[in-house]
Design a protein around this ligand. Structure first.
Ligand code: URA
Length: 269
């Protein structure tokens, strides 16, 4: 009895984590029992009975829909000439499947003129509810890390690689990332910061186009050289990782000090 209950609870928990957090059927469905065989559908039967056409050589496929969607995203993003236009374009962009399950677009927070731009992964549940990046538990830690280098959201700008919450906080798929990249690139281009700080593996992978893990990348200066820009980039750990691995805070602190020192020594911000 307890086993069945535990199993049912584990299944429910799993569904919620996958993003299925709203019931939509009137009656529960027991998916552990095989469904009764379906009556033959008339259309399926007709198709099965129809004489087969001679096999034809496959025709050249049209441009893949994915590539088309990414090209559309790029065209839309490039057409934006201000942050307001970019935010507005994203709020109307419906080719990224994440938009359908998210409550709010999460665009950015902070001061775009601060010269210092932080890029995280993707909004979580709190961010999705409020429409602002890093307002949950990892956001609180990020605020403390900013304070440690004498900054806050009036002297830093914060965004993500993904603009809508992935259901259940799962890792964004390559397609979701690809569809957001043109907007992220345009975002960086429009903000024109003096320096980028990448929070975690997803941001480092997308922005640096690197397959290396964050443990190897963090703490070493890189460069962002797209769109005619040449910006210093500091990859570091994601605050959510630091919440789970307190000893890594020491390294993240070193990375933040690097950022502070470089900003001060170049007098850039
Ligand atoms: N984690 C992120 O990467 N971004 C947020 O906005 C919140 C949590």
């Amino acid at each position: 009895m307890t086993d069945d209950r535990d199993l049912a609870l584990a299944l429910l928990r799993w569904q919620v984590e996958m993003g299925a957090d709203e019931p939509i059927g009137d009656a529960p469905v027991n998916r552990l029992v095989a469904p009764p065989p379906k009556a033959a559908e008339p259309l399926a039967a007709a198709v099965a009975a129809a004489p087969r056409q001679a096999t034809r050589a496959p025709q050249a496929l049209p441009l893949q829909p994915v590539q088309e969607s990414v090209s559309t995203a790029r065209r839309i993003a490039q057409g934006c000439n201000s942050l307001d236009e970019l935010r507005e374009a994203l709020s109307r962009f419906d080719l990224c499947p994440l938009r359908a399950t998210a409550t709010n677009l999460v665009f950015a927070d902070g001061n775009p003129d601060s010269g210092l731009m932080f890029i995280g992964e993707a909004p979580g549940a709190d961010e999705d509810r409020q429409g602002l990046p890093f307002v949950g538990a990892s956001g609180k830690l990020l605020d403390r890390m900013l304070a440690a280098i004498g900054r806050d959201r009036t002297t830093a700008y914060i965004t993500n690689t993904i603009f809508w919450r992935p259901p259940g906080n799962r890792t964004p798929t390559p397609l979701e990332s690809e569809l957001c990249v043109p907007f992220l690139e345009r975002h960086i281009e429009l903000v024109r910061p003096k320096m980028l700080v990448l929070l975690g593996k997803q941001a480092a992978t997308v922005v640096l186009e690197s397959a290396e893990g964050i443990t190897r990348l963090r703490g070493k200066w890189k460069a962002y050289t797209r769109s005619g820009l040449d910006l210093p980039v500091m990859p570091t750990y994601h605050p959510a990782y630091l919440l789970r691995n307190a000893p890594a805070k020491r390294e993240a602190w070193r990375d933040f000090l690097e950022v502070k020192n470089r900003l001060e020594s170049t007098n850039s911000v």
